[in-house]
Design a protein around this ligand. Sequence first.
Ligand SMILES: NC(=O)C1=CN([C@@H]2O[C@H](COP(=O)(O)OP(=O)(O)OC[C@H]3O[C@@H](n4cnc5c(N)ncnc54)[C@H](OP(=O)(O)O)[C@@H]3O)[C@@H](O)[C@H]2O)C=CC1
Ligand SMILES: O=C(O)C1=N[C@H](C(=O)O)C[C@H](O)C1
Length: 233
Amino acid sequence: MNIALLGYGKMGKTIEKIAQERNHTVVLKTTSSDDTIDLTKADVAIDFSIPSAAYVNIKTCIEQNTPVISGTTGWLHNYEDIVKLCNAKNGTFLYASNFSLGVNIFFELNKKLSQLMAKRSDYKVSLEEIHHTQKLDAPSGTAITIANTIIGQTDYNNWTLKKPALSEIKINAKRIENVPGTHSVTYDSKIDSIEIKHTAHNRKGFALGAIVAAEWIATKKGVFTMNDVLNIG
Ligand SMILES: NC(=O)C1=CN([C@@H]2O[C@H](COP(=O)(O)OP(=O)(O)OC[C@H]3O[C@@H](n4cnc5c(N)ncnc54)[C@H](OP(=O)(O)O)[C@@H]3O)[C@@H](O)[C@H]2O)C=CC1
Ligand SMILES: O=C(O)C1=N[C@H](C(=O)O)C[C@H](O)C1
């Protein structure tokens, strides 16, 4: 498969290595210094760029009729626009806040736990995410996915980085040098605590998941999620 990498930073470089190990060819790499994207040679595009660039990158892929997956976080206020464009152009698009298999299993645990805790008003939920200090957005896209799942299953109606109201989920976003990504969900009562936690030891899980998703969407049409790729959920 010929792959275009939109964004060639920490993730772009890790994805390139895994793509080559799986006998794919990287035919294009773009960074902040590229004004144009020519996808003529690409079978699929993978966007891991920055929040302010992702929308244009994804839109360009759809307009050039190239299946695109995006792992960039912090641009989701434009997600519905992309879905509309993709459907109108009969294109192919997949977004995931986290491509790693481990986190996608963790998402399912979070869903099940939130169902079990839904009516347990003696427990208060909170989230913590820890990432490296270069990260541009807070909270992480993964933490937002986790919080939205809990909101969908319980009486919580919002998440916040600030002091939470009773109906809000507090997200603690910590920035520590070199941490690839750690997420935990804690339910606290006066009697005990229940915690689930995922710790990424490096970026290989994110990158492998992105390549597997790119292989999967290359021949499909529509808007997809990692649940479609991994057949879970
Ligand atoms: N969904 C998931 O599983 C994961 C998501 N992420 C997300 O992926 C994104 C990238 O992460 P990471 O690789 O660590 O970040 P980096 O900062 O290491 O890399 C970002 C890259 O994007 C490039 N870039 C900036 N503007 C543009 C543009 N207009 N077009 C194309 N490329 C551009 C930068 O170029 P330059 O060097 O010139 O500035 C750089 O190469 C983040 O949003 C992060 O949250 C990260 C890990 C996993
Ligand atoms: O910026 C990162 O590094 C990561 N970003 C994603 C997020 O915001 O959830 C996924 C992963 O945790 C690493």
